[in-house]
Design a protein around this ligand. Structure first.
Ligand code: SF4
Ligand code: SF4
Length: 105
């Protein structure tokens, strides 16, 4: 099969609807700097965390000039462990039995 023949039949958002999460009481993702001195405020061009994360865990709150981390929605893909140009993201994995639950079908 040629790559141009492959069709995406389901959106990422729709696929996320198939998942379940067991919310951990402890955040497994933290920003090393999140206040007014954080690189997110003015240094970081385009804030890639807010666009690359497929689960939209990172949201820029313009009113409060900060990135909010909705760690409960993480699907543990690992992308944000590599993408921050300022090494401002500390992304670990949820504790045993916590976090996203994948299933087939
Ligand atoms: S990519 Fe890093 S520096 Fe940029 S907005 Fe996200 S956490 Fe902040
Ligand atoms: S591990 Fe993946 S899903 Fe979780 S916050 Fe990082 S980019 Fe988003």
């Amino acid at each position: 099969m040629d790559i141009k023949d492959i069709k995406i039949v389901e959106s990422v958002e729709s696929k996320l609807g198939h998942l379940e999460w067991k919310k951990s009481p402890d955040a497994h993702i933290l920003l090393k700097k999140s206040g007014a001195d954080a690189p997110c405020v003015s240094e970081c061009q385009g804030r890639p965390c807010t666009t690359v994360c497929p689960a939209k865990v990172y949201e820029w709150e313009a009113d409060h000039k900060k990135v909010v981390v909705n760690y409960e929605n993480c699907i543990e893909c690992g992308a944000c462990r590599m993408l921050c140009p300022f090494d401002n993201i500390n992304c670990e994995w949820p504790g045993g039995g916590m976090g996203v639950k994948y299933k087939y079908g």
